[in-house]
Write a protein that binds this ligand. Structure first.
Ligand SMILES: [Zn+2]
Length: 96
């Protein structure tokens, strides 16, 4: 039962990390291998990651596809770039 609780916390922390624009898998695994409590506190203390526009993924679209993957849409050409990209691969515009 304790193991189940542990896994649940790890999944929850992974989910929260994703909401903050951080890597779900890295944080989820860190929670599992270290301690969900410690990792959860660290995550809570960290500011939000790349979502500098202040919107949560759920607010960005009513569609079913966006929000599942971590992507950024280029403001210049509309290219859907990886969340880790600093500049648009197509036109070179800085991605916020
Ligand atoms: Zn672009």
């Amino acid at each position: 039962m304790a193991l189940f609780f542990w896994l649940l916390l790890g999944a929850l922390i992974g989910y929260c990390a994703g909401r903050k624009g951080r890597s779900r898998w890295a944080w989820g695994l860190a929670a599992l291998f270290l301690s969900p409590l410690v990792v959860g506190i660290v995550l809570a203390l960290l500011p939000d990651g790349d979502n500098s526009d202040g919107k949560s993924p759920a607010q960005m679209s009513g569609g079913t596809q966006e929000g599942r993957r971590e992507e950024r849409r280029c403001p210049e050409c509309g290219y859907l770039a990886d969340a880790g990209e600093q500049f648009c691969p197509r036109c070179g515009e800085m991605l916020w």
